[in-house]
Design a protein. Sequence first.
Length: 131
Amino acid sequence: MSEAANAPGTTGARPPAPASGDLARVVAALAYVPTWCFLPYFVLPQNEYARAHGRQAFVLIFVAAVVGLAVRLAEWAFSAVPVLDAVVQVLGRLLFAVGLVLVSGLGALRALTGERVTHHLLAHFADRLRV
């Protein structure tokens, strides 16, 4: 390529295309949005980095469903006591929501920075999934 094509003010110069690693990191981070854990399998099916984060996000969603069910059972168990029921509902739902946002946000942040293992316990179970 000639030096004239890269000179300032020329119209023929194109911006560089993003590296495939950048796309993989963005897709891996988007996998931590709840219910988007299968996105890496549709967008980058051959990229093991993005798929590994998709598996971790799937395990996270499964754990969130189990914890959400436990919170609902605790609400039902304490429904006989009105004041305790209100406390369990507010604290249970608040802690569940904040915890899910923090863990998902941490996973997305680490996926953007290029780390493969974001949560060691989730990675332990995610590595056993062969999808």
